[in-house]
Design a protein around this ligand. Sequence first.
Ligand code: KIV
Length: 287
Amino acid sequence: MSTLPKTLTLDTSTSRANPTPQPMKRLTVPRIRQRKGGEPLVMLTAYTVRQAQLLDPHCDMLLVGDSLAQVIYGLPHTVAVTMEMMALHGAAVVRGSYHAAVVVDMPFGSYEASPEQAFNNAARLLKETGAAAVKLEGGRVIAPTIEFLTHRGIPVMGHVGLTPQAVNILGGYGVRGKSDEEARTIVDDAIAISEAGAFAVVIEGVLESIAIEITRKISCPTIGIGASAQCDGQVLVSDDMLGMFDRVPKFVKRYGDLATQYSAAAKQYADDVRDRSFPTQDQIYKG
Ligand code: KIV
């Protein structure tokens, strides 16, 4: 009997944008890797099917980030994120996209114990979501795990600098690499995971000089967030750049003001219901 999780199988006939876009070949991990030093790579986070549909045509990669902790679930940090959350949101984003390579974050606690633990959980995420790759945080310490995964068919994106899953060690989300020693460690971390086989490395929240040095020194693309325009690509949390939150971190540029539009639409609806101007005859069925 099939053990396929039915709710997670891809349904390309019903789940894509309407009208269904021309079938396109998805970007692959090797093609992303080849973009080192070339046209900048565009990555945004996505967590839901509709968000994926809207972002996909404009992006090379969609990241199902564990930032869904704060963005979707109202959690204080990413430590509480589970495999189930990542699998369900990852599958939704794959169903809503047809062009970008989808990368799913491995949640805290799903890969640190051993390479075998990491393989089992990464394989589960790829099977249940249809994503192209996983992302995990860490440097030299996690490099053997990255080598283990990449030698067994699992493409890995690394993540160095400010690593939010380590918030309880770091004590907050401040910029990293202010001391020479920490700067050296971050550069060494990026070199170690690149040499271990990561196909790309996110550099988050570091002094610009560190991001530039890493970008020059490693052979795979760097994706910056609060890093440098000289990285090989950029990523932002979509809801930040769309203006869904009041707080705008320094590294975010707002390209929209969706929170204001959401709120104004909800107020208009509420006013219309209360004064009985909704529904109108246009929204009513007649026999
Ligand atoms: O979880 C996330 O959204 C991320 C990006 C900020 C890089 O890891």
